[in-house]
Design a protein around this ligand. Structure first.
Ligand SMILES: [Zn+2]
Length: 107
């Protein structure tokens, strides 16, 4: 959607680069891709896209103090945080035989 504002500060090119459209117009300065009408976003659309939902806010960290992951930290977010080695786990811990594939613990 094209911005109706006279200020078009941020555009996203088809390859995902953000740039200042007031300086570079419809051509991405990184990859020279041209914007098409569908790739233009308004400031409000960008703010909505970049704003984290409440359940995605980081509210703590789990820090491993022993084993192969010693010193590694994991973000704990709002809501349930299932822990395991499976790719579907929110907190994914790999290489530790004490951590099962699915839901060892919840936070
Ligand atoms: Zn680009």
């Amino acid at each position: 959607m094209a911005s109706n504002s006279k200020f078009r500060p941020i555009e996203t090119c088809p390859n995902g680069h953000f740039y200042n459209a007031n300086s570079y117009g419809d051509t991405c300065p990184v990859c020279n891709a041209k914007l098409n009408e569908d790739s233009r976003k308004t400031r409000d659309e960008l703010v909505e896209e970049l704003t984290l939902k409440h359940e995605d806010w980081v509210c703590g960290w789990l820090i491993c103090t022993d084993g192969v992951n010693k010193g590694r930290s994991y973000e704990v977010r709002g809501g349930m945080n299932p822990i395991g080695s499976d790719i579907t786990m929110r907190i994914r811990i790999l290489g530790d035989p004490g951590v099962g594939s699915r839901i060892t613990r919840y936070f």
